[in-house]
Design a protein around this ligand. Sequence first.
Ligand code: 834
Length: 260
Amino acid sequence: GCISLNLSPVPQPIKPNMPVPPMTSDQEELISALVHYQEEFEQPSEADIKRIQFCFEGEASDMKFKEITEMTLLTVQLIVEFSKQLPGFSTLQQEDKISLLKACSSEVMMLRAARRYDAKTNSIVFGNSYPYTESEYETAGLGFSAPMLFRFCRNMCRMKVDNAEYALLAAMSIFSADRPFLREAYKVQKLQEIYLNALSAYVANKRAMNSFSIMIGKLLNVLTELRTLGNLNSEMCYRIQLTDKRLPDLLNEIWDVTPK
Ligand SMILES: Cc1nc(-c2ccccc2Cl)n(NC(=O)c2ccc3c(c2C)OCCO3)c1C(C)C
């Protein structure tokens, strides 16, 4: 069932030497719901992954590129399902839901890649058996993006971001009030504040006090980094337009790549 959003007065902002207030039960409920949905919509089904694996022939680069695009298509659809479960999302107008999903999907894709990053093999394991290494990214013709993507993944890994923090960052990326064409930006802003307060309460209660302000600062900086990565994804989409490679129509539509 969906969590009743408690729009009670915003809890006190946490100051450095202030005793850490316990999380409210609403915040605990919200966080466990998000972690549950994050797990529910984490992986494409085995059947979907199998379908991708065996239906491509052609030269290595095209096959790798096609695999990545199909895997991304499945993952973006999971991101849409995750977003629809977020408390508050259903209170928005249809047009705003679409504007938010178009704008956040590449950013949440980057967060998902970071969650699937395996430091030992320096690879992103999308699905259960799809290790993407930096060189495979090069093979697929996406070489320009690989170093930045893997640097982002390594940084998230070093910060030891946990499932709750990933889920809350994804929710904050989804509920970004400064996305283009929003009709009710103020509603999106209010929703993001609820997830921000839950994130800061969670971090304050989880990490020793001295590292709270450092950690919350780093996590909020991730949202800024995600903007850059999302914009570079759009740039990559345009570059692909200029080559003989093609993205699936749904990705072109979601990422506003106007077919020439
Ligand atoms: C089908 C497809 N799937 C992805 C993708 C793959 C993994 C994580 C996130 C994304 Cl968005 N991308 N984007 C990138 O791989 C991509 C593009 C630009 C980047 C970047 C990535 C991962 O990361 C670093 C900044 O620039 C694409 C297309 C557009 C090729």
